[in-house]
Write a protein that binds this ligand. Structure first.
Ligand SMILES: [Ca+2]
Length: 250
């Protein structure tokens, strides 16, 4: 086959694949391959695909090599208690029925976690400002990493300052789901999906592709998101984070 014919076929195939699909588009991704860190144990930030920084106060950040998370740098976060880290991106919205946002990230605890209910927490928020104490509404998911007990999903309204990922504000959607496996020091993947449907926003999350919790926010409390947030609740400890990907469909 001549080169021109090959190109014509390729163009046709490409056209078909784009015209038939509800394809997911990448909103944000970070593997820290081009990251630089400032500060370390007490306070700092990582400049990478995102600008990672403390959400409720200063956090420590380092770039580390963690073979369990693959080659190249991973971000290690040293959380004081009741702190969080976040990065922001161009806002995405769940405007129409069928709109879907999926978030995936990989992580590993360098040390075994003590049992803390709702210790590991993560979510998508609409951050209103990018100071050291962020504010905003969103959806937050939690679990006790040591036991796998009490996985939850909540809507976190923007009712007071510095309550992102914490405080008494979050409104439970799934208060305590069925226990899942404990999380040790091995590498894991968490993914969660927010999808707009006729009866609200469906939220579900999985640990290593095993469903953990799912629920519906009938009030569709949050529909626009511009930040991924992660924290350890009341526990002061470290976590290694890598390969964060946010996609939007269509
Ligand atoms: Ca990496």
């Amino acid at each position: 086959m001549k080169t021109l014919e090959k190109l014509a076929l390729l163009a046709t195939a490409t056209g078909i694949s784009f015209s038939t699909g509800c394809q997911a588009g990448t909103v944000f991704e970070d593997d820290f391959s081009k990251a630089t860190a400032t500060g370390s144990e007490k306070a700092g930030a990582v400049e990478s695909a995102g600008n990672w920084q403390g959400g409720r106060g200063a956090v420590g950040v380092d770039l580390v090599t963690d073979p369990a998370l693959g080659a190249g740098p991973s971000m290690q976060i040293h959380f004081p208690s009741n702190s969080s880290i976040y990065t922001s991106f161009d806002p995405v919205s769940l405007d129409s029925v069928g709109d879907k946002i999926e978030v995936k990230f990989r992580f590993r605890f360098p040390t075994t976690q003590a049992s803390v209910i709702s210790g590991l927490r993560f979510g998508l928020y609409n951050v209103e400002d990018e100071g050291k104490a962020i504010n905003g509404a969103g959806y937050v998911m939690t679990i006790d990493p040591a036991t796998g007990k009490g996985p939850s999903i909540s809507f976190d309204p923007n009712t007071s300052e510095k309550t992102i990922l914490g405080g008494s504000d979050p409104v439970p959607i799934v208060a305590f789901g069925p226990s899942t496996k404990p999380i040790g020091t091995e590498a894991h993947t968490i993914s969660f999906i927010l999808e707009k449907t006729n009866d609200g926003i469906h939220i579900s999350w999985s640990l290593d592709d095993v469903p953990v919790a799912k629920g519906v926010d009938g009030n569709s409390g949050a529909a626009t998101f511009n930040a991924f947030v992660l924290g350890l609740g009341g526990r002061a400890d470290s976590i290694n984070l890598d390969d964060i990907v946010v996609t939007k469909t269509p």
